[in-house]
Design a protein around this ligand. Sequence first.
Ligand SMILES: [Cu+2]
Length: 125
Amino acid sequence: MDTTQLLVTAIGLIIMVFVGWFFFLAPHQRAAAVSSAAGVQQVDITVKGGYSPNVIEVKRGEPVRLNFYRDEESSCSEELLMPDFHIRRDLPAFQTTAVEFLPKEVGKFEFTCGMHMLRGSVVVR
Ligand SMILES: [Cu+2]
């Protein structure tokens, strides 16, 4: 390895540690979905530099509705991806967008912004 490769490796390691630290220390807010009379589990999520709450607990086999209120214009959060549920949705600024799906399996399923920077997860029990 020459000096340049060592330098690149060192910088890469520093970035990895920083990213790990950043995501590890990022606050996790949990919220359990509340079932409506119609049997739909709902959670309101505010989108502003992140998802709040960002850990959503739901029950398996009952339809889920996540109400995303996007409280910013930052382009980072304009798209929502939930790959496990084949969902890709635009979130207009300062509006609530309802995203519905049926959790059929127990597990932890991520949702992210279009660039995979903002992250949250749905925990199905
Ligand atoms: Cu983004």
